[in-house]
Ligand binder design. Structure first.
Ligand code: PRP
Length: 218
């Protein structure tokens, strides 16, 4: 069995839909229950759902042979995994955002709230800007509203969260999309099976519009 870590949520639905379209469907995943792992022995695959930010941990440590996660996670945690394919889904961007009228006074330390301290730190280090990183775990947009920070570094997808909170994108740090990743040892020993999956998915990249997304319970 190839163990495959899928990210819970919207990205997971799209990922599974691509896997199914590539021939790696798993009827058990469609059943309504509380199970966390789903197998299709005929196809030699076992899927399991994990938090998006945990996918790379499962893959790095070999509990999953392959998995799919956002590039934000790879940039932030730099896990020891192989990146096999840009799936072209889950597209968004990592941005600096702040109040519409924000003016960066460079005489002062810039206070940045973020879930991504490593990405934010590296971005401002290149600029030589003096910063104070406030590491939060979610609802980052509240920080500048309550003056906990001057700006945020966060993911922007539709831009709705920023708009509804009177915040604007100030700069793009990096565009993000979902990546197929592999455990390094699995890639060595299960090379053919993993490459077959990668090649099956690669044929579907770019045909996102035609992809019939299967809505799953997780
Ligand atoms: C992410 C991100 C933004 C939002 C952006 O949050 O941190 O808050 O989505 O999406 P939008 O541009 O389409 O509005 P997430 O839903 O992961 O929740 P969080 O607040 O717990 O981080």
């Amino acid at each position: 069995m190839i163990n495959i870590a899928l990210p819970k949520g919207r990205l997971g639905d799209r990922t599974y839909s691509m896997m199914a379209a590539a021939g790696y469907d798993c009827p058990a995943i469609l059943e309504k229950n509380r199970k966390l792992t789903f197998e299709n022995p005929e196809k030699g695959i076992r899927y399991f759902w994990v938090k998006p930010s945990d996918v790379s941990i499962y893959v790095e440590r070999g509990a999953a042979d392959i998995g799919v996660c956002g590039e934000d996670i790879l940039l932030e945690y730099e896990p020891e995994v192989y990146e096999l394919l840009d799936l072209g889904i889950g597209k968004c961007r990592m941005c600096v955002a702040g109040p519409k009228d924000f003016y960066d006074n460079e005489d002062r330390t810039l206070r940045i709230a973020t879930k991504f301290p490593h990405i934010a730190g590296a971005f401002y280090e290149k600029k030589g800007r003096d910063i104070d990183i406030i590491h939060l775990n979610g609802s980052i947009e509240i920080a500048p509203i309550l003056k906990l920070s001057d700006v945020i570094v966060d993911i922007v997808e539709t831009g709705n969260t920023l708009r509804e909170n009177n915040l604007d994108v100030l700069e793009t740090v990096v565009p993000i999309s979902a990546r197929l990743i592999s455990n390094k040892i699995s890639f060595q020993f299960r090379h053919e099976e993993i490459l077959r999956i990668r090649d099956g998915l690669a044929k579907l990249v770019g045909s996102d519009e035609d992809l019939k997304v299967i809505k799953l319970e997780h």
